[in-house]
Design a protein around this ligand. Structure first.
Ligand SMILES: *[C@@H]1O[C@H](CO)[C@@H](O)[C@H](O)[C@H]1NC(C)=O
Ligand SMILES: *[C@@H]1O[C@H](CO)[C@@H](O)[C@H](O)[C@H]1NC(C)=O
Length: 400
């Protein structure tokens, strides 16, 4: 009798466990929604067998949670707002002295090429006024030099990666933001490696020792600006002696890069999946974030996969393109992707998504570096976070 009862109890327990796991499999996490702000929701893994597509629990949510830690980043009432509507694709540099944000626009096709929007510009974060700073610099103008990624160096000078064209070689240049002169160029930092022109320098970061690190994919060729590449698509460093050295290769298209807050790691995104030709993707190429350890000698080692970036939003079977990358003071990694800003823990665990279609690059700004500015090609949006940006030596050293 006692045994029968135990058996019955076991069967009942088993059934309730099975029922619970069925509900979980259908909408894992979704049952917790009620405790969240209305624009935030959980991610549902879905199931191919059950024909439930993966995706956010609610189709209209603006923030998708993978891990509870994501809520510590976005806070209790997150909101993405538009700062300005203007062509803004790359860069994303906060200049604390004047509360300005610098960005660049790049060419996609012949018709855009003719528009004077290809430039380095700044937006004043208080007045939202936009000013062009490059104008006719370098001499043949931004239309041929094609500014792309940017960073602030430790003296508050702007470092710009120029993709270059068949007419002007790709380069890394330094500008004086406190100068009122029309030509703010301080120095052409590099335009070759052992006399080989770069393919098309894309993004750049400055280490606290003053060395300048940049990626050199070959998107200029894909965009029809260049006929040939002369070297592989590699990652370079400009040392304090001014010499240019390769620090990493083995990439399809190295793109965004960022150091961890302690500078013991370097993250590099590889966007090889994006061929650079509109609508053409190569599934055999990476859409990844690669991480290296940075040795005391400044050499990179222990190359490994940090994240293979999938998409939270269904793009009809297309995968995501991890472009610009930044880190916060906790070592979390923020990756601008086509579905928005994907955030990862220091160990590479996906935490969640700030939805913003077409996000290409990002930059922390504001006096506390707790506002994330996001570029998507046609506008600059922003969100106030609980997290704070890292890696801005100049900003953190400045007076506030
Ligand atoms: C080029 O860009 C312009 C502006 O966005 C767009 O109107 C036009 O359709 C594009 N042309 C091609 C061939 O993609
Ligand atoms: C930058 O411009 C300011 C203001 O004109 C000037 O005082 C300073 O010397 C310049 N710095 C460099 C490195 O050229």
């Amino acid at each position: 009798m006692a045994m029968e009862r135990t058996l019955l109890l076991q069967v009942t327990l088993l059934c309730s466990v099975l029922f619970a796991s069925y509900v979980e499999a259908q909408y894992p996490g979704c049952e917790k929604e009620s405790t969240l702000p209305s624009n935030v929701c959980y991610w549902s893994q879905g199931t191919l067998v059950g024909k439930i597509p993966p995706g956010p629990c609610k189709p209209d949510c603006e923030f998708v949670i993978r891990q509870p830690e994501f809520l510590k980043v976005i806070g209790s009432s997150p909101k993405v707002r538009v700062l300005v509507r203007t062509p803004a694709l790359e860069g994303g540099v906060y200049y604390p002295d004047k509360d300005e944000f610098y960005f660049s626009t790049v060419r996609f096709n012949e018709s855009q090429f003719k528009q004077p929007s290809i430039d380095v510009k700044k937006v004043n974060l208080r007045t939202r006024q936009i000013t062009s700073i490059l104008k006719n610099n370098p001499p043949l103008g931004p239309l041929q030099a094609l500014p792309c990624g940017m960073a602030l160096d430790n003296n508050g000078h702007l470092i710009v990666a120029f993709q270059g064209s068949n007419i002007i070689p790709g380069s890394i240049k330094k500008y004086n933001l406190s100068s009122t002169a029309e030509d703010k160029l301080i120095k052409n930092m590099a335009d070759n490696w052992f006399s080989m022109p770069f393919n098309s320098p894309n993004d750049v970061v400055v280490k606290s020792d003053g060395s300048i690190w940049f990626t050199d994919p070959s998107y200029a060729r894909a965009q029809g600006l260049k006929t040939t590449s002369s070297v592989k698509n590699m990652v370079y460093k400009i040392g304090l002696d001014g010499f240019v050295d390769v620090v990493a290769n083995g990439f399809s298209q190295p793109n965004g890069l960022a150091f961890s807050p302690d500078e013991k790691r370097l993250y590099v995104t590889d966007t090889g999946y994006d061929t650079g030709r509109p609508g053409e993707f190569d599934i055999m190429q990476p859409h990844t974030v690669i991480v290296f350890d940075v040795g005391r000698d400044g050499l990179l080692g222990n190359r490994r996969l940090f994240a293979s970036v999938g998409t939270y939003i269904n793009f009809g079977g297309e995968l995501d393109i991890p472009n610009g990358i930044k880190v916060d003071t906790n070592g979390r990694v923020y990756v601008a992707s086509r579905d928005g800003v994907q955030i990862f823990s220091r160990s590479g665990r996906p935490l969640g998504l700030i939805k913003l279609l077409g996000a290409s690059n990002i930059g922390f700004g504001g006096k506390k570096l707790d506002t994330l500015y996001m570029l998507d090609g046609k506008s600059i949006s922003y969100i106030k976070l609980q997290a704070k940006g890292a890696g801005l030596k100049y900003a953190t050293k400045s007076s506030f």
